[in-house]
Design a protein around this ligand. Structure first.
Ligand code: FMN
Length: 203
């Protein structure tokens, strides 16, 4: 009984010490917080490829995002070949005659890698799953020195282009929801202001 009490006290002490350590980390140097706070949307990229090894790490982080019931209700298609990127952009331009080619190309922001993400509209949490996957991709990319931008505008052209949709080959029932451009940044944008009035403690 005495031994049990000593062990319990020891465990409590270790738990208390690790709590203090956690509290200290958030106020001191913390690489996760630094990574989150320094990430910015990058809209100018160096014409430099991102290696498949680096992409693999980023995508591994992406699919390890929390997701509803672990359904992993996303599909992901990666385009890192400039010829394929151009082919998809041409398909999207042809299918959207109201859009000028520069408009379609421009919305990709010249990112050398494009990650297309589709959601499953039959599952109400699927857009959230895809959002969390996207954030894991962008933050892990940034931690490896790879810039990113979340892009909604190419989706409007993509969903109107049966050719581009066929090229990406999403499964039946999956609908593109967001793209993420990835590449090495050729700009360092300032942080945009955030509105703290939208955040309130409930007392
Ligand atoms: C759902 C979503 C769609 C977005 N679509 C675009 C887009 O089409 N084009 C673009 O340049 N940026 C797009 N962005 C990037 C936002 O403009 C950017 O995240 C926001 O201005 C905050 O800037 P920051 O990412 O540098 O903090 C999008 C972001 C999100 C989350």
């Amino acid at each position: 009984m005495k031994l049990y009490s000593i062990i319990a006290a020891g465990v409590a002490l270790i738990a208390a010490a690790s709590c203090c350590q956690q509290a200290e980390q958030t106020t001191g140097e913390n690489q996760v917080i630094e990574n989150i706070m320094s990430r910015r949307s990058i809209r100018k990229y160096k014409p430099v490829a991102v290696s498949r090894d680096t992409l693999q790490t980023i995508l591994e982080c992406g699919i390890n995002a929390p997701n509803g019931m672990n359904k992993q209700s996303w599909e992901v298609r990666i385009v890192d070949n400039p010829a394929v990127m151009e082919e998809i952009q041409t398909m999207m331009t042809t299918s959207n005659p109201e859009a000028k080619p520069e408009m379609v190309k421009g919305c990709f922001r010249d990112a050398p890698v494009m990650v297309f993400i589709a959601n499953d509209p039959s599952y109400d949490c699927s857009p959230i799953d895809c959002g969390l996957l996207s954030e894991n991709i962008m933050l892990s990319a940034w931690s490896l020195g790879v810039g990113s931008v979340c892009l909604g505008s190419p989706i409007r052209f993509l969903v109107n282009s049966p050719e581009a949709m066929a090229k990406l080959g999403f499964s039946e029932g999956y609908t593109p929801i967001i793209c993420i451009g990835l590449g090495y940044a050729a700009e360092s944008p300032e942080a945009k202001p955030r509105d703290w009035s939208k955040v309130k403690y409930v007392e």
